[in-house]
Design a binder for this molecule. Structure first.
Ligand code: GDG
Length: 472
């Protein structure tokens, strides 16, 4: 049994995946994905505990140690995975918070299970935290945990960070359980968002829904103050920067270009296969450029990595079919013998291979319809100390606020995407270097350590006095 901790991360998933060898021996490996990539290094340094589901349904596991972290598994039944995770989290909240780019599902059993699972996480956190501990709750799957945990353990300092966008009041208003969710979040001392706009949406919602006043970043409840603030998440710049200087990564990048037929331009997309990522929109733009002859045969290869994601949610199954049909159609119409313009991979890759791909790519296409931040954009920038490479970036990605020197596009405007893709491909080395240098400076300064330390410093700093002294 792991002892109580003074620093606790509470997230839907533990930061590890189980790997079973052919002889049946099982081991744990650090998992890929936005949240884990961002927080694991911070966790290791602080020797904290991480509480989350371990990934297998209907299985109870004892706490264990991995990579210098104490991991506390929270069990989920198969029905809970279906209703809480695939259901309320990914079929209700995910589309609702991403501008309703797919229709959200509103089903009561999903909500009830979400509430029950949040309660289990809150109970487990209350057990694992020592007196006065700092607890940092992550993301949209656990929005009820802050209030539940505060009720059990008023001595704790509770932070919450939302990795996805927080929607405008008009969209959030549709949610039948809007009041409970907002009250859940207000259980935290600090609620963090990717962008100032998300924090502003949340404050306005609190006033309209609950009548609570706010001033600046602070929401005044009767007995305490909740701080709301933007903390744009980032990547481990240093790790990526040194990875792409390793000889084997450099030679792998060269090899990748050769394997692709040594085209003039290598274009790259790396996304979870998700309908918010605008994969279809960028394929359409590339396909039209080929068809119109504005990209010649063999001139460019577009590598699209679409990491498998949420495969049991209907909308994701349909998306996969649509994308694969689209890739097949564009390749069918535009391939010449020995050259396929789109290389599509529905697979996951190791970190080093990914770094080599970033290094090999002349143009990175990041065109989400809505995205909290988008780490891929920042990873690409971190991998180009050579100052080569162009980033085509959607205005609807949080990262667009910081990476102003990218080639910004409106992904809903196919002509705009086409134009910017061509501009990026044709830009001079001098122009690319000028843009890349500024973007790199930004990511190097605001890296993931800075994100985490700014959040934790804000969490550990007491806010103003409560509402009684701020009658607004
Ligand atoms: C959510 C928000 C926010 C992808 N394929 C592979 C792989 N990846 C890694 C990427 C990147 C991460 O997964 C994806 O992060 P994103 O930020 O692009 O997107 P989401 O998964 O939607 O993340 C997002 C993020 O949370 C953090 O707050 O930025 O807005 O939606 O790190 O490199 N990694 C490896 N193999 C792959 O095949 N190793």
């Amino acid at each position: 049994m792991v002892g109580r901790s003074s620093f606790l991360i509470v997230a839907n998933r533990l930061p590890v995946d189980r790997n079973v060898e052919q002889d049946g021996t099982a081991s744990w490996r650090r998992s890929p994905g936005g949240l884990v990539t961002a927080i694991a290094p911070v966790m290791q340094r602080r020797h904290g505990a991480w509480l989350g589901w371990h990934g297998a349904a209907d299985e109870e596991l004892e706490p264990f140690e991995q990579d210098g972290m104490s991991l506390i598994p929270v069990p989920l039944s198969a029905t809970e995975v279906e209703l809480y995770y695939e259901g309320f989290s990914n079929a209700t909240l995910w589309p609702l918070y991403h501008d309703v780019v797919a229709p959200p599902v509103f089903e009561r059993p999903m909500w009830e299970t979400y509430r029950a699972v949040n309660e289990r996480f809150a109970n487990a956190a209350a057990e694992a935290a020592e007196e006065g501990a700092v607890v940092w709750v992550q993301d949209y799957q656990l929005q009820l945990v802050p209030a539940m945990l505060r009720k059990l353990r008023p001595d704790l300092r509770i932070g919450f960070f939302l990795h996805i966008p927080f929607p405008p009041v008009e969209l959030f208003w549709r949610l039948p359980w809007r009041r409970e969710l907002v009250e859940g979040l207000l259980g935290a001392d600090l609620v963090g968002f990717q962008l100032p706009g998300g924090a502003a949406n949340f404050r306005r919602l609190c006033r309209r829904l609950l009548g609570v006043p706010y001033k600046g970043n602070e929401i005044f409840l009767e007995d305490r103050v909740v701080t709301t603030q933007a903390f744009p998440i980032s990547v481990d710049f240093g790790e990526l920067d040194s990875m792409v200087r390793e000889p084997q990564v450099i030679s792998r990048a060269k090899e990748i270009r050769m394997e692709l037929g040594d085209p003039e331009h290598v274009l790259l997309g790396v996304d979870r296969l998700d309908y918010t990522k605008g994969i279809g929109q960028r394929l359409e733009a590339f396909g039209e450029l080929l068809k119109e002859g504005r990209i010649g045969p063999g001139e460019a290869v577009f590598v699209q990595i679409a990491t498998p994601s949420r495969e049991r949610v209907d909308e994701y199954r349909r998306l996969r079919d649509d994308i694969e049909l689209q890739v097949g159609r564009i390749n069918g119409e535009n391939s010449v013998l020995g050259n396929q313009p789109i290389q599509y991979f529905h697979q996951s890759y190791g970190k080093q291979e990914l770094a080599a791909l970033y290094l090999a790519a002349d143009v990175m296409l990041v065109t989400p319809l809505r995205d909290g931040m988008n780490l891929v954009a920042k990873e690409y920038v971190s991998c180009h100390h050579d100052l080569h490479g162009a980033l085509v970036l959607s205005e609807f990605a949080g990262a667009a606020d910081e990476l102003r020197q990218s080639f910004l596009v409106n992904p809903y405007d196919v002509e705009d995407v086409k134009r910017q893709m061509l501009t990026a491909m044709r830009a001079t080395p001098h122009e690319l270097a000028r843009r890349m240098r500024t973007m790199r400076r930004r990511v190097a300064t605001y890296d993931v350590d800075r994100w985490a330390s700014e959040f934790l410093t804000a969490l550990e700093t007491p806010a103003s006095a409560p509402a009684t002294s701020h009658s607004a």
